[in-house]
Design a protein around this ligand. Structure first.
Ligand SMILES: [Zn+2]
Length: 255
């Protein structure tokens, strides 16, 4: 169980950190950063000081509190303030944890996420996050993810959602409604395009039932790729498959 949990944390860290490494200004970067940091630190703390990653109620501590654990327990870096170091069993330098920079990053992402004041995720924050990958508990998970389709798709999807949502704002509510009505007509006049009638799906960006499904997922979960008549959002084949896999697994667990 613990091994599985550690593997899961490491994988999450690797995927999310790889997204930010490629594009630290991706829409939703602040939330991605917080999640990546929490997973990475939880894996490191659980590895170094088992049990210290948990709160009294057995929930995992937040990144800020995990950094407190590191600050209390790890050796101070002799030549750089605000940095802690962890050594491997042979005494060699294992990983440098930039506590000061990471706390600053958490302050910035909190400001962004709660829209209080000005916060900005900067490259040095992401670099400090990427440095954690040198630790034994993570080691190379980031490397594995760098060229993965998941990372590329995640970045593409986030930009496309942002683009579609800007577009939606531009056309306004009235036009969106007119388009949603037109989408219904489109389905009526062209039956047979899709096998089982689920030709329009709810769009994740605008919320209208206007996403014209043009392909069917391999699991038959009814989540196909397509484009939205209202906001122009495009659901790619990769995303559709991802959603379908999730829906299939949820059904599996219910049954
Ligand atoms: Zn839409």
């Amino acid at each position: 169980m613990q091994v599985e949990m550690q593997r899961h944390r490491a994988e999450q860290y690797g995927r999310l950190a790889a997204v930010l490494e490629k594009d630290h200004e991706v829409p939703g970067a602040a939330a991605i950063f917080d999640q990546a940091l929490s997973c990475g630190l939880a894996a490191i703390v659980a590895h170094e000081w088992p049990g210290e990653e948990l709160k009294k109620n057995a929930d995992v501590k937040s990144a800020r509190f995990l950094l407190d654990v590191v600050k209390t327990k790890a050796e101070e870096c002799p030549d750089r303030a605000g940095v802690r170091i962890l050594r491997g069993s042979d005494g060699s330098l294992d990983v440098r944890i930039e506590c000061k920079t990471l706390v600053e990053a958490i302050d910035h992402t909190a400001a962004i996420r709660h829209a209080r004041g000005v916060g900005e995720l900067k490259r040095p924050h992401v670099d400090a996050l990427l440095e954690l990958d040198a630790h034994d508990a993570l080691l190379q998970v980031l490397d594995e993810q760098r060229e993965s389709d998941w990372v590329k798709e995640e970045i593409r999807q986030r930009h496309d959602r942002m683009r579609a949502s800007d577009y939606l704002e531009l056309i306004g509510e009235e036009e969106a409604e007119r388009r949603a009505k037109a989408a219904e007509d489109f389905v009526v006049i062209s039956p047979g395009d899709v096998d089982d009638g689920a030709a329009l799906d709810t769009c994740p960006v605008c919320g209208w039932e206007a996403l014209a499904v043009s392909g069917i997922d391999p699991f038959g979960a009814g989540v196909g790729s397509g484009a939205c008549f209202v906001c122009s959002y495009v659901r790619s084949v990769v995303e559709a498959e991802d959603l379908a896999r999730g829906a299939m697994m949820a059904r599996h667990m219910d049954g």
